[in-house]
Design a protein around this ligand. Structure first.
Ligand code: AMP
Ligand code: MG
Length: 410
């Protein structure tokens, strides 16, 4: 597949490959408490210094015993020789006896089986166990989850809530993570006013600032909010220099297209280099990448939907890799198309879609309203994006790839 009919346009895959090859992961490391580590990227492999669980323990409330002391084909009555709640170190099991035991409590040395209490009748002195006892049941063996010395999580992992639980389970209280990436955001456009201000004729509210800062915050980056930048070379240059001085990466919206009011590209070229411009993506063709005084710069288009799509598809993986994350490509899931589209001859399209189960219980993607790049409300109505591959048509019932928002945005 190529884009010969539009010389200079590279495919989304080519652009992503170039962006990711250029991304330089940051190396500054800081130590944080486990409680503050959610969403941070691990700077070193984490090893367990203990077995989890640290000893064989009971998976049930019931009785611990030696299988050899029981008759599997008939009831067995045994004296109760000790009581072992969780948190207590048990004594060795007396031969020919049972120990009352509770979930999570350590199995006493000498016992090899736990019988759940639903299979038992007991009083203070003795327990009678139903026929049908199976050797070795209901014991969680030492090291079943994690063995001492094993790597529990690898460098480059973006920590999830379940990761914090796993790290806690091996006793890790502090851990090395990469310093948070600082990302500057500037919104170009003489037409922009901030929400809360009166909308004067010829103007529109600045949506990109709030959406971009939200997208960045959701990914755990520190934001430097440069605000609105006028459509003039001087103002653009000043804003880019300020952003380069204060941040690790710069994101801009608008001003990267071909009109004479689009000053961003020329300024980036003047202050550094423009390394990539124009991608066969819809919406979002004028996507740009370069450096300003050595600081990486991503120029997103102006239309809010284009900003959203190009951020999710291109800027997000670039920034995550720069943050040190090893996994930065989003989940794609195959779904059934609930719509038809003609051949997308020139650009790969990202369609806003909702997932609706069909009558066979399969996930079917329906378009979430207008696909115009000026219609942000259909992004809000969608559950994710369907990839309409370059040079292909989509017929209703075809299998298409779907990028769910929860995975694209966090
Ligand atoms: P541009 O690429 O600067 O020509 O912008 C393309 C379109 O996006 C124009 O209709 C702009 O008015 C609109 N746009 C640019 N920036 C923003 C913004 N921050 N918020 C909302 N719309 C914007
Ligand atoms: Mg503009």
């Amino acid at each position: 597949m190529n884009c010969c009919d539009q010389p200079g346009l590279m495919t989304v895959e080519q652009a992503l490959e170039r962006l990711l090859a250029a991304a330089q992961p940051i190396t500054d490391i800081e130590t944080v408490a486990l409680m503050s580590a959610l969403g941070r990227v691990l700077a070193a492999d984490q090893l367990s210094t203990v077995d989890v669980p640290p000893a064989d323990n009971s998976a049930m409330d019931g009785f611990a015993l030696r299988f050899a002391d029981c008759n599997a084909d008939a009831e067995t009555t045994l004296p109760i020789s000790q009581r072992i709640p969780a948190g207590v170190v048990p004594e060795s099991l007396q031969l020919g006896s049972a120990a009352r035991i509770f979930t999570g409590a350590e199995v006493p040395p000498g016992a090899d089986t736990v019988v759940m209490q639903e299979q038992c009748k007991w009083d203070d002195g003795a327990v009678t166990i139903n026929a049908g006892i199976v050797a070795g049941t209901n014991i969680r063996p030492r090291g079943q989850d994690i063995e001492k010395g094993a790597i529990v999580l690898q460098q480059g992992r973006r920590l999830t809530p379940q990761d914090l639980g796993l790290l806690a389970s091996v006793g890790i209280a502090k851990l090395p993570v990469y310093r948070r990436l600082r990302v500057a955001v500037l919104c170009t456009g003489d037409e922009l006013v901030e929400p809360g201000e009166t909308l004067i004729p010829g103007h529109i509210y600045n949506s990109n600032r709030y959406m971009l800062l939200g997208l960045l915050q959701a990914l755990g980056f520190d934001c430097v909010d440069i605000g609105i930048v006028a459509d003039d070379p001087e103002a653009t240059e000043q804003a880019l220099l300020k952003a380069a001085a204060e941040a690790d990466c710069i994101l801009s919206s608008g001003g990267v297209s071909v009109g004479e009011e689009d000053h961003v590209k020329a300024c980036v070229d003047k202050l550094g280099s423009l390394d990539l411009w124009r991608v066969a993506i819809k919406p979002g063709k004028p996507l740009a990448y370069g450096h300003v005084r050595g600081v990486p710069f991503i120029g997103l288009p102006g239309n809010p939907v284009s900003v959203f799509v190009t951020f999710a598809i291109a800027a997000r993986p670039y920034l995550l890799k720069t943050q040190g994350a090893s996994e930065c490509s989003p989940l794609t899931i195959p779904v059934v198309a609930g719509f038809s589209r003609p051949n997308s001859a020139k650009r790969q399209e990202y369609l806003r879609a909702r997932l609706v189960p069909d009558d066979q219980g399969r996930q079917r993607a329906e378009l979430a309203g207008s696909q115009s790049s000026g219609v942000l409300s259909s992004v809000c109505r969608g559950d994710g994006l369907v990839i309409h591959k370059l040079g292909e048509a989509i017929a209703e019932g075809d299998q298409v790839l779907f990028l769910p928002f929860p995975d694209l945005l966090y």
